[in-house]
Design a protein around this ligand. Structure first.
Ligand code: PMV
Length: 299
């Protein structure tokens, strides 16, 4: 069997979402295909790059191998003597949800193989367990948007459905670009936590600023007010820079997008490298894409 799962972007609210502030996130058109085949050895093997890179379920292995072990323990019959081949369009360590997509994809395969029907909430809870192998204590926004399959407003702790999907008619002027791998979500989240602990007053006021940005962005998107939404994304980027999670390259990509006509731009995901997004009027999209392509990969 084969299963396709999308990546995701965070429109606004990353990092603050870890502290209970809402975030807006959505799946993207790029993703990964997982193919389940009979294994050649008596183990559960995951392979990337057409078989060039392989990982096995190991209780004491790397995070991905531990995750496979946990999955195999939970869904014995699904993965015994099986191989899953991953064909991904998502750059890893980029803030585009590759680990969440992998977890959700594997869970869907597991449920299908075991004849189990999991609802979105159950899938979300299982996916959170898997994501903890990579990111320690994730907010859950990545899985929520991938599982929901549409733009959502996500708030940590409110794990019961519905996740308040926002459904603006379309996001025709959105550009996603990848400027290189990031340093790891857990590292970025821990560094910010240290800054938050050393200056709680400053941090609380930043969280309130982001909460306002998220609320206003949601309204602007629902109203189709791209100009306002673009401004808000750029404002969110400024706070993320204050958090120390932007880089000169991400700042330069955002500036480039705006110079080429974007209404606003920001990093997306954990930052410290990785991807950025730009919002523009549909007619300006190609100009923005061309400008970003000079120094990044546009998805
Ligand atoms: O792993 P990434 O790059 O998609 O970032 C996840 C978003 C954070 O808010 C930074 C972390 C989290 O758990 O929500």
């Amino acid at each position: 069997m084969s299963y396709w799962v999308p990546g995701k972007i965070i429109i606004c609210g990353e990092h603050a979402v870890v502290y209970g502030v809402p975030a807006l996130a959505m799946p993207i058109a790029k993703g990964m295909r997982l193919e389940l085949i009979e294994g050649e050895i008596d183990e559960f093997v995951l392979s990337f790059d057409g078989g060039g890179t392989t990982f096995r379920a190991r209780e004491d292995g790397a995070p991905l191998e531990k995750m496979l072990y946990a999955l195999q323990s939970e869904f014995q019959s699904a993965f015994t003597r099986k191989q899953v081949r991953v064909f991904s369009e998502l750059p890893t360590s980029s803030g585009l949800g590759s680990s969440a997509a992998l977890g959700v994809g594997l869970l869907n395969i597991a449920c299908h193989q075991c004849g189990v029907t999991a609802n979105e909430q159950e899938l979300f809870e299982q996916a959170m367990k898997l994501e903890r192998f990579f990111h320690g204590n994730p907010s859950g926004v990545d899985h929520a948007s991938i599982i929901a399959g549409e733009l959502i407003r996500y708030e940590k702790g409110r794990t019961s459905l519905p996740w308040m999907p926002c459904t603006p008619e379309a996001m025709p002027g959105l550009v996603v670009a990848h400027g290189g791998p990031h340093q790891g979500t857990e590292k970025a989240v821990s560094a910010l936590r240290r800054r938050a602990d050393s200056n709680p007053k400053w941090f609380q006021s930043c969280l309130e600023t982001i909460r306002n940005i998220v609320n206003q962005t949601e309204r602007a998107l629902l109203d189709g007010d791209w100009v306002k939404a673009g401004q808000l994304l750029s404002e969110n980027h400024v706070v993320l820079s204050d958090f120390g999670v932007s880089t000169p390259n991400l700042d330069a990509l955002c500036d480039k997008a705006i110079q080429a006509g974007a209404l606003g731009a920001k990093l997306t995901g954990a930052g410290c490298g990785g991807a950025m997004i730009a919002l523009c009027q549909p007619e300006d999209r190609q100009k923005v894409v061309r400008a970003l392509e000079e120094s990044a990969t546009v998805l």
